[in-house]
Ligand binder design. Structure first.
Ligand SMILES: *Cc1c(COP(=O)(O)O)cnc(C)c1O
Length: 424
């Protein structure tokens, strides 16, 4: 099935006389006739539902759709993108492990790696996505267990050279985990370029309407944990908390990673997506293939207009010719990147503030990837505690604005930006 058909019909196939729309199974528990039957589920001898913290039919259908979209073997939903990235990493890392991560990643993920996981004894080394092969190689340690990056970094808009990072990870017998939130599988499928595990903040384009926070993990089913059994004991040695099951043996290449993340991490951390939110996410997915090209079209029109304005000193949009990541975008994102554009006002911080205040269609929000255009001036909002010097050191210009182009009429968006630039 094509991506388009999978967006609309993937995951849920109703039987004769069953609801056409995905049912919301709003139930914490499931009933069984005998304790023996339920016991077999607890022992992972049979698949089935017993408690929604572990599995729920609504969530499973949506996870299956996302796994199909990414070309993966298995998937799961989480309560947020943060939970998805934490689970994907913690499923194979433990105290004493090490992660090699791109430095161009979402701020929340940076905090997770640099601070919170460091407190758990999992250290990270950050490398620029533009680093040389030698710099990338030098970041690895004997205890490295994963490589992590974002296809299109939020908010830096750097494009990851997935093939290069996958080759480096595989040379060290560890998987590449790619956060594919910004392009979505409509514009890039990292598994086809060698990524082993893909994560999402479904809060963004997948939901697409700013309605529900959520996350997803997809496993390619291609990484051979048993071939490097000493590196991944959590998957290749008995899990005492689950009657000694060895995930990689019992569930094989295609099932081990997601089964462990579900039956162990979800059981213990409990970051589930509510079935209600999974239903809303599925509504978003049904139009993802129609919405993404429009987001890209509006992004390109806005980027080109900004590039031609003398009130703007710089524009970043990976699909724009001349962008530092244009070549990588042509390779990995030939049909478009996403709707997020960042640019700098020639008039500095004050001009950026005046520009933001003058916008009529674009709303000031910390959000991105929504049907409604929104924009953010980091220097006066998310990063307001930093001085101009500190901002520059962090790679954020005080005059930088990030705009997430929605699905409104292109001419209206450009006209709104034009009048706001006049007032800036
Ligand atoms: C927003 C975002 C996250 C975090 O997702 P939440 O759903 O907000 O927890 C992770 N990665 C990327 C690339 C994001 O844009």
């Amino acid at each position: 099935m094509s991506i388009d058909t999978t967006c609309v019909q993937g995951g849920y196939r109703p039987g004769n006389g069953e609801p056409r729309q995905l049912p919301i199974i709003q139930s914490t528990t499931f009933k069984y006739d005998t304790s023996e039957q339920m016991g077999r589920l607890f022992d992972l001898e049979e698949t089935g539902y017993f408690y929604t913290r572990l599995q729920n039919p609504t969530n499973d259908a949506v996870a299956a759709k996302i796994a199909q979209l990414e070309g993966g073997a298995a998937g799961m939903l989480t309560s947020s993108g943060q939970a998805a990235n934490f689970f994907a990493l913690f499923n194979i890392c433990e105290a004493g492990s090490h992660v090699v991560a791109s430095s161009a990643i979402y701020g929340g993920t940076y905090n997770l790696l640099a601070h919170t996981m460091a407190k758990m004894g999992i250290e990270s080394t950050f490398v620029s996505p533009d680093c040389t092969d030698e710099e990338l190689e030098a970041a690895f340690r004997p205890n490295t267990r994963a490589v992590f990056g974002e296809t299109i970094a939020n908010p830096a808009l750097a494009v990851l050279d997935i093939e290069r990072f996958a080759a480096a990870a595989h040379a060290h017998n560890v998987p590449l985990i790619v956060d594919n939130t910004f392009p979505t599988p409509v514009n890039c499928r990292p598994i086809e370029w060698g990524a082993d595990i893909v994560t999402h903040s479904t809060t963004k384009y997948m939901d697409g309407h700013g309605a529900g926070v959520g996350g997803a993990i997809v496993d390619s089913g291609k990484f051979d944990w048993m071939a490097h059994a000493d590196l991944f004991p959590g998957l290749t040695t008995p899990d005492e908390s689950y009657h000694g099951v060895v995930y990689a043996e019992k569930f094989g290449l295609e099932g081990a990673f997601i089964t462990k993340a579900t039956s162990q991490l979800m059981r213990d951390f409990g970051s589930i997506q509510s079935p209600q939110n999974a239903f809303i996410l599925n509504l978003g997915l049904e139009s993802l293939h129609v919405r993404m090209p429009r987001h890209c079209e509006n992004g390109m029109a806005v980027a080109k207009f900004l590039q031609g304005s003398d009130k703007v000193s710089g524009v970043r949009f990976p699909s724009l010719p001349g962008d530092p990541y244009h070549e990588l975008a042509e390779k990995y994102l030939p049909n478009g990147s996403c709707g997020v554009v960042s640019f700098e006002l020639a008039g500095g911080r004050k001009a950026a503030e005046r520009f933001m205040a003058a916008l009529k269609i674009a709303a000031i929000e910390t959000h991105v990837a929504d049907a409604r255009t929104c924009c953010l001036h980091p220097a006066s909002s998310t990063h307001r505690q930093m001085t101009d010097d500190e901002l520059m050191a962090a790679g954020i210009s005080p005059a930088m604005v990030r705009m997430s182009c929605g699905l409104e009429g292109t001419d209206d968006l450009v006209a709104d930006i034009a009048q706001a630039l006049e007032q800036a």
